[in-house]
Design a protein around this ligand. Structure first.
Ligand SMILES: [Zn+2]
Length: 273
């Protein structure tokens, strides 16, 4: 599996959020404008790139940027540690989105995180593991994350849906709701607006055998990158730092797109932080 964003995507996101012209980024990188454009497009550096100077210009960590360009990938987690956690990937055209299913072993109570494009793969896990699906947590209301909401609701009419309502500015919300128990697991909401105004992260704790916490972050953070700040880039940066990267280092991060990662790996390798 490849990263959601290659180094060119990372550069373009950073440059556009700061409204820095291509010419200025190219000069810092020591590239011609056309070579720099190619780098943003395909993520393959054709010539020697001065990542230190380019990073300084774009507010990115130059060494981490060079690491992404050199092909860094997060170490794949051994999901057997969590046992009661599944990653469900569904695709429409070229958009593959992750949703996640977690459950309590004893009670079989289950929670789904984002709907994906299609409910069928998640439903087969639920049938196979004989789960009692009680809760649906929505990280945000972008189409790829909620596309199958009606389908899930039809199949599970008593499903409790959690998350921030769409189109409510973060300032109008009165703090995060109480954690939701799921058998012996607990699911706590942390607001992480910035990519969207309703952005939320859900932190699952209480996995047996000391398995670390799991943070379902939606599009706030990707392995080696982050979502676009459609609502506010500075707010997104701050929330990722304060609400996600402040979790214990071994916390498993489950992003809405691309591979899974951990807090420790993102602190070490993500050029945005
Ligand atoms: Zn999104």
């Amino acid at each position: 599996m490849t990263l959601e964003d290659h180094v060119g995507d990372v550069l373009r996101k950073a440059r556009e959020s700061l409204a820095i012209p291509v010419e200025s980024a190219a000069r810092a990188a020591g590239l011609s404008v056309s070579d720099y454009r190619m780098l943003e497009t395909d993520g393959r550096p054709m010539a020697q790139v001065d990542f230190a100077a380019l990073g300084a210009r774009l507010n990115l960590d130059g060494a981490k940027l060079a690491g992404i360009a050199a092909g860094w990938l997060p170490g794949p987690p051994d999901l057997n540690r969590w046992r009661r956690l599944r990653v469900i990937r569904t695709t429409l055209e070229d958009n593959t989105v992750n949703s996640f299913l977690a459950w309590d072993e004893a009670s079989r109570e289950a929670a789904l995180f984002d709907t994906g494009w299609d409910d069928a793969p998640g439903r087969s896990w639920i049938a196979e593991e004989q789960l009692d699906l009680r809760h649906l947590f929505l990280t945000h209301h972008h189409e790829d994350h909620v596309a199958a909401l009606d389908a899930w609701r039809r199949r599970f009419p008593s499903l409790l849906v959690h998350g921030n309502p769409p189109d409510t500015p973060p300032t109008q919300r009165s703090g995060s709701p109480d954690p939701v128990p799921l058998g012996r697991l607990q699911i706590a909401q942390r607001d992480t607006p910035g990519h969207s105004e309703d952005g939320a992260t859900f932190v699952i704790t209480g996995f047996p055998d000391g398995a670390p916490a799991v943070a379902v972050v939606g599009d706030a953070l990707f392995a080696g990158s982050m979502g676009r700040g459609f609502f506010s880039t500075p707010m997104l940066h701050r929330n990722v730092r304060e609400q996600i990267l402040s979790l214990p280092p071994e916390t498993l991060i489950c992003p809405g797109h691309g591979p899974l990662t951990t807090v420790a790996q993102e602190i070490e390798h993500n050029p945005f932080f």
